[in-house]
Ligand binder design. Sequence first.
Ligand code: PLP
Length: 395
Amino acid sequence: MSSETIKKADEVIMGTYKRFPTVIEKGKGCRLWDKEGRSYTDFVAGIAVCNLGHAHPSVVKSLSNQADILFHVSNLYYTFPQIELASWLVENSFADQVFFCNSGAEANEAAIKLARKYFSEKGEKGRYRIIAMEKSFHGRTMATLSATGQDKLKKGFDPVLEGFDFVPFNDAKALEDKIEPSTCAILIEPVQGEGGVRCPDPDYLQSVRRICDEAGILLIFDEIQTGIGRTGKLFAYEHFGVKPDIMTLAKALANGLPIGAMLAREQIASAFVPGSHASTFGGTPVITAASLEVLKVIEKEKIVEHCREIGVYFKERLLWLKERHEVIEDVRGIGLLLGMKLKTDGGPIVKKCMDQGFLINCIQDCILRFIPPLIIEKSDIDALVKCLDEILMAS
Ligand SMILES: *Cc1c(COP(=O)(O)O)cnc(C)c1O
């Protein structure tokens, strides 16, 4: 059954993804079911997106309620859900204003454009270069690919955009040395996600903030993966006592509906005026209504606190596995953004977990990444750890 569906899919869908040979049909909470009726516990959450799990009833309800009222009118007019969502984000972050778009890459595009526009408005037109990190990931559009510190992703797309410099993550000295009179901003993930789940050293982000302030340049945090509770704080920057000037969000912001947001302090945001930047769908009513409900549920049900506690437990269990299995080189991460670096290829382990009913993810060939819905329970973690223990024992 599935094999026919998959054959058809491979005919008509461009092959930009190496997919698992499974057709997922429905989900509820932390559980997914495929076309054959097999169930899986989801430790991927649509790549750190479905923080409240699948088919959360009150999110479904707010989505269908709003669909009944108004789908879309464009940003030529004001709409209630967009205003309410922006207000929530402003009240709960460092930022004063929000720009809405439809994806992570688009949010970073907007951030790059705002940083350049800010200095252009100040009469410093030559100030356009952005320093990003090696092994970073900021998206697949031309500008965000140019800002991504992974050469393998740029292959075949040369020339990428000019104006991006790279330094190693966790090296404040290299960063300071890289700043030129033409540098306008530093773009950084507070915890690197796709690049391998890499946490900042203590004080590193504070040094980055100090370097920005001394050079008079902007600090942009890409919290597309780390935001909305993933690390055990609403935004990862709260762990480190550092506030950015600009922040980008996407992935979990509407629990699976496409949305991106770029947030900034007022002084910087004011460089965008009517006509500066735009998005037809950005902040459209149905999605912003659902997103607002996601955030209210996260607040009301204390999901971030749950993530913080269960993330500590999960990491302890992974460290326990490390004690038992020579092949595990490192366990790292924060909250429910956890990575386990292996001395071998992680692909076969992902496959075996799937056969046992667990979806996990592998990045950079050898790092297993665990990014479950934030509502995951201890019993699910125990079951996965037992499964991993048995797989590693047998291999
Ligand atoms: C996923 C991700 C992006 C890109 O988001 P898209 O919605 O796929 O464009 C950018 N930055 C980070 C840190 C991400 O994790």
